[in-house]
Design a protein around this ligand. Structure first.
Ligand code: UDP
Ligand code: MG
Length: 310
């Protein structure tokens, strides 16, 4: 019988955790009753260095007869690493990762399990309805998926980190050495048969988003610079285009000067200085982004440190 573990990253989630555990437990018990998963299946709550009562709540769940285990990370590592820590700690034959805020429809869990039993190693949860998200969130998220694809990063459209992975897929994932984690880009690289199940995304059950704009932008940049060298190549292309353009401009300038029609211009001197200056700074910025990434990667620091496992 399949043991299924569910990994839930939790960062300051005291308001939702009780309800989340209650609903996840109900789903698990239902699946156990239907004979789809083993009764040893567990819910792994990963406390990502919360500053509220999240860990005390998790300790409480672990002491009760709920099928819950707790992992306390040594500090706040961010969503991706918290999920990764949970995935690497869970022991089940298949592991599902899901956010703590119940935005993702729990009915998809059964669909994922069914797909796994049919022989799929990775089952992606895909949102087919984002009407509960704000226009800005929906627009920015969808443009981002398109941008990633345009840059040659293979991701699943409208899939966040709600997915099932088999033991085989997890051990493949564990072999990836990078410190900068972008699971949505990494999971498709593990290979193995995969499929998607769709679900509707609802509103956060309680509490506010732990993904403010800043973190969202950081994750977006991570996705691009960890998986694509296209920005570096773009710099090169822009450089070539500007070279051709400025050569043409020079020839035209000489022609105008010799034909005696030149007017000493302020704009023609100053505008290119600013323009080229901005291109240069931009280019150095992009290179810096990658250089910084290499700097972090060569340190080979642990991707997460665990303080306690219950
Ligand atoms: N989270 C985390 N560490 C962080 C930020 C968020 O573990 O530093 C967790 C959070 O508790 C939640 C999940 O990541 O379970 C997704 O966060 P949230 O729902 O706030 O993001 P949104 O759905 O708004 O993108
Ligand atoms: Mg959320």
């Amino acid at each position: 019988m399949l043991t299924l573990d569910i990994v839930v990253p939790c960062y300051n989630e005291e308001e939702v955790l009780g309800e989340t555990v209650r609903r996840l437990t109900a789903v698990c018990r239902d699946l156990v009753d239907k004979g789809k998963i083993a009764s040893e299946s567990r819910i792994y709550l990963v406390d990502d260095g919360s500053r509220d009562r999240t860990w005390e709540l998790i300790e409480g769940f672990c002491q009760s007869d709920l099928p819950v285990r707790g992992i306390k990370l040594a500090r706040n590592y961010g969503h991706q690493r918290a999920v990764f820590a949970g995935l690497m700690t869970a022991q089940g034959d298949a592991v599902i990762s899901i956010d703590a805020d119940l935005q993702d429809d729990l009915d998809a869990i059964e669909k994922m399990v069914d797909a796994h039993v049919e022989g799929y190693d990775v089952v992606y949860g895909v949102r087919d309805d984002r009407s509960s998200d704000t226009f800005f969130k929906r627009f920015s998220a969808e443009s981002y998926y398109r941008l990633l694809n345009a840059m040659g990063v293979e991701t699943v459209f409208n899939h966040a980190d709600y997915r099932l992975m088999s033991r085989a897929a997890l051990s493949n994932l564990g072999q990836f050495q990078e410190t900068n984690l972008f699971l949505r880009g990494m999971v498709p690289l593990v290979g193995l048969p995969s499929t998607t199940v769709s679900y509707a995304r609802s509103e956060r059950f309680a509490g506010e988003s732990k993904y403010p704009l800043g973190k969202m932008i950081a994750l977006a940049l991570e996705g691009v610079s960890s998986f694509s060298a296209v920005p570096l190549r773009l710099i090169f292309l822009v450089g070539i285009a500007l070279f051709v353009l400025s050569t043409g401009l020079g020839i035209w300038g000489l022609y105008v000067a010799f034909s005696g029609a030149s007017v000493p211009g302020w704009a023609s001197t100053v505008v290119p200085i600013y323009f080229l200056g901005s291109i240069l700074l931009l280019s150095i910025g992009v290179i810096g982004e990658y250089l910084g990434k290499i700097y972090i990667e060569v340190k080979r620091r642990p991707r997460y440190l665990v303080e306690k496992v219950l």
